[in-house]
Write a protein that binds this ligand. Structure first.
Ligand SMILES: Cc1cc2nc3c(=O)[nH]c(=O)nc-3n(C[C@H](O)[C@H](O)[C@H](O)COP(=O)(O)O)c2cc1C
Length: 193
């Protein structure tokens, strides 16, 4: 296994032109520039049914939930950019977390979360940039025994904030988001877990 920090980057949106997909890829580039091995995951590629305990009891964990868990277990840190829906976490992100939180036989509890490090961010067309949702995401991840770093960014005015190439128009914002990724790489590298 590589000694470089390993980071999984994903957005809590499946939308093709998602602002949050763009945002997390900027942070991912920052992490990569800082020496991390980054895997970008589009949750659209791992469609999941809405979590249902009866479905789980009847059919077991869906293959895509297993794949998501494997990816999470294989990485030390997560970069997560998520839209705020009705002042809170998106259903896509919460559903992915709920499936990933379910244990598989022989697995330690919360195997894909416990002791891992996360950095969260958001983007939205609104002025607050999804800031209120980040409070909830932080709380959820913390309760899953993740270390959520204090640094975060919420990017407002999503329709005008990004260049056609997917970078941020404002060089200071671009650099700040890249720094989020670099900071995660640094902390994961120091923790070495
Ligand atoms: C059901 C729903 C609820 C939303 N609620 C909020 C909200 O509370 N705050 C906000 O800033 N934007 C809200 N929006 C707008 C989203 O921020 C916007 O659709 C954004 O583009 C979604 O993120 P994405 O671009 O990564 O897909 C909402 C959108 C939907 C569909």
């Amino acid at each position: 296994m590589s000694s470089n920090p390993t980071i999984l980057a994903f957005a809590g949106s499946t939308r093709q032109d998602s602002f949050n997909k763009k945002l997390v890829q900027i942070a991912a580039q920052g992490a990569s520039n800082a020496g991390a091995e980054v895997t970008y995951l589009d949750l659209r590629d791992l469609p999941l049914p809405l979590f249902d305990e009866d479905l789980e009891a009847r059919e077991g964990m869906p293959d895509n939930a297993k794949k998501l868990k494997e990816l999470m277990i294989a990485h030390q840190g997560f970069l997560i950019a998520s839209p705020e829906y009705n002042s809170s976490v998106s259903a896509v992100l919460k559903n992915a977390i709920d499936w990933a939180s379910r244990p598989q036989p022989g697995e330690a509890p919360l195997a894909c979360f416990k002791g891992k490090v996360a950095v969260v961010m958001s983007a939205s067309p609104g002025a607050l940039g999804g800031l209120r949702g980040l409070v909830h995401i932080r709380s959820i991840l913390g309760n899953l025994s993740m270390i959520v770093l204090p640094e975060q960014k919420a990017i407002g005015s999503g329709y005008s904030a990004f260049t056609p190439e997917g970078n941020l128009q404002d060089p200071e914002q671009q650099s700040a988001v890249e720094q989020l990724g670099a900071r995660l790489a640094e902390v994961v590298g120091k923790l070495g877990s």
